[in-house]
Design a binder for this molecule. Sequence first.
Ligand SMILES: *Cc1c(COP(=O)(O)O)cnc(C)c1O
Length: 410
Amino acid sequence: MNSATGSAKSWRSERLSKLGSSIFVEVTDWKRAAIASGMDIIDLGIGSPDQPPTENVRQALSDAALRTDMYAYPAIKGGLPYKEQAAAWMLHRFGVTVDPASEVVTLLGSQDGLANLAMATCNPGDVVLLPNPGYPIYMASLVLAGVQAELMPLRPENNYLPDLEAISEEVWQKAKFILLNYPNNPLSAVADLSFFEKLLDKAKKYGVLVVHDIAYSEMGYDGYKPPSILQVAGASKQAVEFHSMSKSFNMAGCRIGFMVGNREAVSALRELKANVDYGVFEPVQEASIVALREAINEPDKHNVGELYERRRDAFITALHKEGWYVESPKATMFVWAKLPDMTWSKGSDWSSRTISQEMLKATGVVVIPGEAFGSEGEGYVRIALVEEENRLLEAAERIGRFIRGEHVIE
Ligand SMILES: *Cc1c(COP(=O)(O)O)cnc(C)c1O
């Protein structure tokens, strides 16, 4: 209540309190306190790329921004050139043919599409299958749309894939869509085409739309190239896929991505967006066209995976040396690390939250508690490889001292 008067109203909706995980807010508070105490912070928390796009991409953005014909509402022109280039890239990268006009929708970042898809495709009370742990916007989008989540645990014994047979007949019958994300944030797990085939078969049987978030498609390591679900024959009858320019082309701040696949879902999302926004700033579309074209013609310029692979190798080797035997990720910018054994603190019951907080206080290294991504994330922390190699090595060293209890004054 705002006041004691008769007209007391709250100008904050109840659904706001159900959005996202408060743990991210807490981590920000811990970080602020550590900065205030004069600590040197190494922030491996948020997964925001630390590199810029290539010079040609920045030049295209700048050139387009100087033009006078770039300042109308972008939706008026329909944005076909970007969608055509996205389609060309899908063909080049995955061998997948899509129709740019009817099977691609441009997004203000894939976050925009992920946030609005349930609103565009579901009715209040519908059921949607989500991964646990999962990227926070998945659950938030269901809260906004009044849709009910059925959580699928992703566990190491199942290679972090959902057990499709464990989902009840009743839930399959009721579900509107099933959302998955490989390579995965935060787990860094991967899925192969045979899993996608099985998934599509099941989904087809029950009329469930398969939604695949492939934000980390360009961050596969040791020669591994993450596949698109649309590589499965006939997949676009049953599936849509979210692509992001943010991680693949270091364009996170530009806010652009696209959803591709099933026509009905594409047109539903486009129709919703036509009502709530008027499209991506055209210079950003122009810059993205250059990025996608360059990725086709000069792939060496756009090898974001190479940088993160080098960081991964350096960091994992260093952590192992410090005595923390975490698994080396096959893809993504994340290390999903099982909590270490800390013999110095026998008796204390560490959760992913308390260990992240104590580690930050002792070392200045920011990581995200696994619990922030759902109950199945407990017992792990997520470490993002978003600083230069020398800083990652420094982080590993500090973490090592923390794990061994060398910061503890006897
Ligand atoms: C970063 C990220 C996104 C959001 O990407 P944008 O295109 O910047 O909105 C979507 N999904 C996952 C899993 C991510 O990690």
